[in-house]
Design a protein around this ligand. Structure first.
Ligand code: TLP
Length: 344
């Protein structure tokens, strides 16, 4: 099978499995797992933040950050198709008692400061108070698009001037850094907190990191326990995370080049709407013109040929490149999609 459903499907590498088997462990609820502590120290250093916390999932990391930054009844300003709004089971309302204030991004889901500014409201007798601005880089549902550094800085500076914290859903922030050609610490410098995933393009089996100030992480530690995320001898997973952080972040440009090659091949197929130039990282989302079979039927047809993809609604399909698919796999996927589209 060529699995392009997500970069979450990546299997741990042989080096990760060795590191997992050899990992020194302790009880992390007591803060005594040396491998977890090592991963947290390395992640904080890499991001240029004071401290970091290992959490089981990206969703939990984002939700912990929201809980730490906000008060019940606040609004969180976020992009309309952001993961924290669209794909986290209404978590912010359920767990933190806050409401999303959705702001449509411009081209490629990119937020602009003036649109964010217009959505920020002071508390009056009628309005909810804005408690947090949340960004996503890369933006998953917009097709892995990158929010440029200037836009991140402008939004964060503007929010800070109004006394608001900024959280970054950086599930794929290393992809953003690779696409921007800069150090990840530069990407996250403007924000107060960041979550990134070890378990997506970085290929670890489990885990995400939340980073920020020491004070923020002390609070996040308590919230993680409240959310049921206090783990025990979890150094076996952190060991894979260390390999992910140290060895897997430098190869992401290869996934981006494969995604671009895949998009270029797909764009030549009649009935497919896709601008290969819009593919900046490892996510390709294309649309099927009316009159062509719909996305679920196309996904079912290519599955028969050993290609896995995800239908986003009736006419859109997402493909994600990663460490476990090659350039040849991507071109084979394009061929299978071409055959399925042309057969109608
Ligand atoms: N994304 C998954 C699905 O949930 C859609 C995927 O296959 O892309 N933020 C962003 C931007 C994400 O893309 C994801 C996962 C998360 C947060 C949540 O991470 P997990 O799955 O570890 O909870």
């Amino acid at each position: 099978m060529i699995d392009l459903r997500s970069d979450t499907v990546t299997k741990p590498t042989a080096e990760m499995r060795e590191a997992m088997a050899a990992a020194e462990v302790g009880d992390d609820v007591f803060g005594e797992d040396p491998t977890v502590n090592d991963l947290q120290r390395r992640a904080a250093e890499r991001l240029g933040k004071e401290a970091a916390l290992f959490v089981p999932t990206g969703t939990m990391g984002n939700q912990i950050a929201i809980a730490c930054h906000t008060k019940r009844g606040d609004e969180v300003v976020c992009e309309s198709r952001s993961h924290i709004l669209d794909y986290e089971m209404a978590g912010m309302s359920l767990l933190s008692g806050v409401m999303p204030r959705a702001v449509p991004g411009r081209d490629g889901g990119r937020l602009a400061w003036e649109d964010v500014r217009a959505a920020i409201r002071p508390q009056t007798t009628y309005n909810a108070r804005t408690g947090l601005v949340a960004l996503e880089n890369t933006h998953n549902l917009a097709g892995g698009t990158v929010l440029p550094l200037e836009a991140m800085r402008e939004i964060a500076d503007g929010a800070h001037d109004l006394g608001l914290p900024v959280h970054l859903d950086g599930a794929r922030v290393f992809n953003a850094a690779a696409a921007l050609g800069c150090d990840v610490a530069e990407v996250v410098a403007p924000v107060d907190s960041v979550m990134f995933c070890l378990s997506k393009g970085l290929s670890a089996p489990v885990g995400s990191m939340v980073a920020g100030t020491r004070e923020f992480i002390e609070k996040a530690w308590l919230v993680r326990k409240t959310f049921g995320g206090g783990m025990r001898q979890v150094g076996v997973l952190a060991a894979a995370g260390i390999v992910a952080l140290e060895k897997m972040t430098t190869r992401l440009a290869e996934d981006h080049a494969n995604a671009r090659a895949l998009a270029t091949a797909l764009a030549g197929i009649p009935g497919i709407v896709l601008d290969p130039e819009s593919v900046q990282t490892n996510i390709v989302i294309f649309e099927l013109e009316d009159g062509i079979r719909d996305a679920p039927s196309l996904v079912a047809a290519i599955r028969e040929e050993g290609i896995l993809a995800i239908a986003f609604g009736g006419r859109k399909i997402r493909l994600v490149t990663h460490n476990d698919v090659s350039r040849a796999d991507c071109l084979a996927a394009a061929d299978a999609i071409s055959a399925a589209v042309l057969n109608r």
